[in-house]
Design a protein around this ligand. Structure first.
Ligand SMILES: [Zn+2]
Length: 626
């Protein structure tokens, strides 16, 4: 049976276009044509159809009209200006595509798309242009290689997804629907974020994270949740407490799609692989093997901010920036034809940073808002951004003047790149050493500059000034650590882990703790019971394990400083401010992702301020939204 929308589509095409295949790939309609003229100049006709059917359409060449690959490659090298820095050209015949990986994709596209069209019109291949990361990234490479080697599988997978969404969608009375959500993790707590959204036609999971504090998984055994009925998973961002249990779903047999942005996918791979390593180092069995992360990537469908995609017969998904970390998203679900709209914030910052734009408030409609409350208490007002930055620079400056070193324990993703952006902006004069996972995370940032703040984009694209490539930053290999510690020059060292619970930062601490001129600078939250918290509290001697596996006391003589307010979350004022600035005032606000007291306090105050229903469900509770 053909799906009626495909019939509708075919009816609208001119009769002589020689279509060899029409099918769904995800929410997109894909057609293959033998007509060269139609392949190269169908833009206007297709635009018209897209407007009418509200489906995205891609026209691809039938293989019979494409130029011989070797010839095409030579021609592309001739057409594209040298400055584009082409790194690789390869073909995906299954999709009629030629992939051009370049350092400056803009030059492969050309002014007004001129170069792109030239390639298409002369080779009859559909160009797909990818950015080569400015810093070499093993993760980005591995993800792209994997997807390239799985094209056949993905083509079938995407077709299956698209067919299911559209077939099932026929004849549904969308206005007779009910909608409910179930709290499967991260409610009245921080950790293992997981929300299930259900309608008569959809089972959608938003986030599925681990709880790094307790190791408790989300409640996937809840009666509402049935893995076999799961249609889609939407991931807000790549932090472990939001994504670490997604590969577990695939390990248990889920074969449906995971939706997220491209940088979220790549960072998720980095952080989930690290999560497995950390589990093993701590003598725990990880919930899944590394293969499960590969399986996850195979089933990931990436969307850009603002791109609207049907993900089930009655639900449309849109991501918008959440200002929390690279690629992090607010998740907007439009259910039924205008029946109900859910906005799930994930973690978000509604305030300025060097690295990212603030969270996006312009949604046409939001009836239910599910929002985080990490800093939800009235006492959680953050200092002004300018003051935070000034204080940060002052601490460093003082240590530099006394000839010492500043050691900054930092999370690998977002915080470290924010610090690098601040130092680069202020043209810091001393060397900065980067160690641990930070370099890999930074390299992923250089693959997706279009996800960075407008200011950084201006620097990178228009002034050719990429802060992450600045020669003030030096990557340290494990065997070079001692020479960094022993050198007499003042310097800054940024290293993982952020709470001194392991990682190379411990080696630096051992080497620098006894130097009175050095400073240990905390810029992030230090969890209860961590070494970081103890030192922050003022312990003058801390137990530390030696290479032989024994424990010894380490005397802390270096200065201890803390700069508060450098966070990827919204402070209390920003949480409230965001609700006020939302273009559509929600009817109901559900508060999650915060300590019990903070969730309750924020919900109470939002109710007073905005006169809307506010709810603070516990894990395992369900709420009917309609
Ligand atoms: Zn987060």
């Amino acid at each position: 049976m053909t799906i009626s929308i495909l019939r509708e589509f075919e009816k609208r095409l001119p009769s002589d276009v020689e279509i060899t295949e029409v099918k769904f790939e995800g929410s997109e309609i894909v057609i293959y044509t033998k007509n060269k003229q139609f392949f190269t100049s169908s833009e206007e006709i297709i635009k018209q159809i897209v407007r009418e059917l509200k489906k995205r359409v891609e026209v691809r060449p039938d293989l019979s009209i494409t130029m011989d690959a070797e010839k095409a490659k030579k021609l592309i090298e001739k057409i594209v200006p040298e400055g584009a820095g082409i790194q690789a050209i390869y073909f995906e015949p299954e999709l009629g595509k030629v992939v051009i990986e370049a350092q400056k994709p803009g030059l492969v596209i050309g002014k007004g798309g001129e170069t792109y069209k030239n390639i298409k019109n002369h080779t009859y291949w559909l160009p797909k242009i990818e950015r080569a990361p400015a810093l070499k990234s093993d993760i980005v490479r591995a993800v792209r290689n994997l997807l390239h080697s799985e094209i056949d599988y993905r083509k079938k997978f995407l077709n299956k997804i698209g067919t299911r969404i559209n077939e099932k969608g026929e004849g549904i009375d969308r206005n007779k629907e009910w909608i409910r959500i179930s709290a499967l993790g991260g409610f009245r707590e921080v950790g293992r974020s997981c929300v299930l959204v259900q309608t008569p036609h959809s089972n959608i999971l938003m986030d599925c994270g681990a709880d790094p504090g307790s190791d408790n998984p989300p409640y996937l055994t809840a009666p509402e949740f049935d893995l076999e009925k799961l249609d889609a998973v939407c991931l807000s961002h790549s932090h472990i407490d939001h994504c670490a249990y997604i590969p577990y779903l695939y390990e248990k047999g889920y074969v449906g799609p995971l939706y997220c942005t491209a940088p979220t996918r790549d960072l998720m791979v980095l952080l989930c692989l690290d999560y497995i390593d950390v589990c093993q180092k701590n003598g725990k069995t990880p919930p899944y093997p590394k293969k499960a992360v590969e399986k996850t990537v195979k089933h990931t469908i990436t969307l850009d901010y603002g791109e609207v995609s049907d993900i089930t017969p009655d639900t449309r998904l849109t991501f918008q920036p959440s200002g929390h970390l690279l690629g992090s998203s607010l998740v907007h679900l439009h259910i039924g034809d205008g029946l109900h709209n859910i906005l799930y914030t994930g973690d978000f910052r509604f305030g300025p940073s060097r690295l990212l734009e603030p969270a996006w408030p312009q949604f046409q409609r939001v009836e239910t808002l599910i929002m985080e409350s990490t800093y939800g208490s009235s006492a959680d007002v953050l200092p002004k951004r300018t003051e935070i930055e000034e204080e940060f620079l002052q601490v460093i400056d003082k240590t530099m003047k006394q000839g010492g070193k500043v050691l900054i324990p930092s999370f690998a993703v977002e915080r470290a790149q924010e610090l690098m952006s601040i130092l680069a902006y202020h043209k810091f004069q001393y060397p900065v050493y980067i160690d641990g996972m930070i370099w890999d995370a930074t390299a992923i940032h250089t693959a997706y500059p279009e996800y960075l703040s407008r200011n950084l984009q201006r620097e990178i694209f228009h002034r050719g000034n990429n802060p992450f490539l600045s020669d003030m930053f030096n990557r340290v290999a494990p065997k070079e650590r001692n020479s960094v510690i022993d050198s007499s020059e003042p310097a800054v060292i940024i290293s993982t882990s952020g709470m001194l619970v392991g990682g190379p930062v411990i080696e630096y601490l051992k080497g620098l703790a006894e130097g009175k001129n050095n400073t240990l600078l905390f810029i992030g939250y230090q969890g209860e019971g961590t070494l970081g918290r103890r030192i922050q509290k003022g312990w003058k001697e801390v137990p530390i394990s030696t290479t032989g596996g024994k424990t010894r006391g380490l005397e802390i003589k270096m200065g201890i400083e803390t700069v508060h307010g450098l966070t990827g979350h919204s402070g209390r004022n920003q949480l409230v401010g965001y609700v006020g600035r939302l273009t559509s005032r929600p009817e109901r606000i559900i508060v999650n992702h915060g300590e019990n007291k903070k969730c309750v306090e924020l919900a109470r105050d939002l109710h007073r301020l905005f006169r809307c229903e506010t709810l603070v469900p516990k894990n395992l509770e369900s709420v009917r939204l309609r």
